[in-house]
Design a protein around this ligand. Structure first.
Ligand SMILES: [Zn+2]
Length: 228
C-alpha cells in the first residue's frame, strides 16, 4: 500500500491500541506504551533452568528454553494472541515476536544456534487461517538475530483432533507422530531453535523436536512467545 494511502486510512480509521482501545500516537506501533509496559512477562533469569525448561525436561536433551510472556486468563497477552490467531491480525505476532527477539539478542540467547525452525501448522488449519503464526514469530526472531528461518525442514502429517478435553498424556500420544522432518539435510549436524507461539504441556514442541533429532539435528533449543 502506498504511504499516502496508509496515512489517509489512519485519518479515517485512527489506529487504536488493541488492549485498552486508546488512540495510538505517532511513535507507537501496534500497542500503546502503557499496555506494552504492562504485558505480563516471565522474566526468567536463566535460559537453562526455568519453568519453560521444566515443561520439556527429562524427555530429550536440549540446550536452552525460553518463553517471554505469560499467557494468563483474561490478560492482555491472551487478548493479543486471540487477535493474531483467530482474527487475522498478523502484525501483532510480528510485533510481539520482535519485542521478544530484541530482549533475547541483548541477552545472547542466540549464541551457538545455526537456524530457526517454526513448528508447522496442520495444512487444514493453515488453509483456514492463511498463515502460520509461529512462522511469523520465527521470522521476527530471524530478522533480529540474523539466523536463517527454515520452513521447509519440518512438516506435519496426521490430523490431530482438538485437544481441549484430553489430558497431558493423551495429548502426548496424539502428537507423537504428527511431525516429520521432510528435509533432514537442512538440520543435520546443526543447532536448531524450535519456535512455537504458546508452550503448554510441551507435547507439540517435544514431538517436533523428536523428529528433528531423528533427522540428525545436533543440538536443540526452544522458544515460545508465551508460557501458558
Ligand atoms: Zn493500550
Amino acid at each position: 500500500m502506498p504511504a499516502f494511502l496508509g496515512r489517509l486510512l489512519d485519518l479515517i480509521y485512527p489506529p487504536l491500541c488493541p488492549v485498552c482501545g486508546c488512540l495510538l500516537t505517532g511513535g507507537e506501533a501496534c500497542l500503546c506504551t502503557a499496555c506494552r509496559y504492562h504485558l505480563p512477562r516471565t522474566r526468567f533469569e536463566d535460559f537453562r533452568r526455568n519453568e519453560a525448561c521444566e515443561r520439556l525436561a527429562d524427555r530429550l536433551p536440549f540446550d536452552k528454553a525460553y518463553a517471554t510472556f505469560r499467557y494468563l486468563k483474561e490478560s492482555s497477552v491472551q487478548r493479543l494472541f486471540e487477535q493474531f490467531k483467530y482474527h487475522g491480525d498478523k502484525r501483532l505476532a510480528t510485533y510481539l515476536g520482535t519485542l521478544a527477539a530484541q530482549e533475547l539478542k541483548e541477552r545472547s540467547f542466540f549464541d551457538g544456534m545455526d537456524l530457526i525452525v517454526p513448528v508447522p501448522l496442520h495444512p487444514a488449519r493453515l488453509r483456514q487461517r492463511g498463515y502460520n503464526q509461529s512462522h511469523l514469530i520465527a521470522q521476527a526472531l530471524g530478522k533480529c538475530s540474523g539466523l536463517p528461518v527454515e520452513t521447509e525442514a519440518l512438516g506435519r502429517k496426521l490430523e490431530t483432533r482438538t485437544q481441549t478435553r484430553k489430558g497431558p498424556w493423551d495429548r502426548q500420544l496424539n502428537m507423537q507422530d504428527a511431525f516429520v522432518t521432510v528435509r533432514p539435510e537442512l538440520v543435520s549436524g546443526r543447532h536448531v531453535l524450535l519456535v512455537d507461539d504458546v508452550l503448554t504441556t510441551g507435547a507439540t514442541m517435544l514431538a517436533s523436536a523428536r523428529s528433528l533429532r531423528e533427522a540428525g539435528c545436533r543440538q536443540l533449543s526452544f522458544f515460545a512467545l508465551a508460557l501458558a
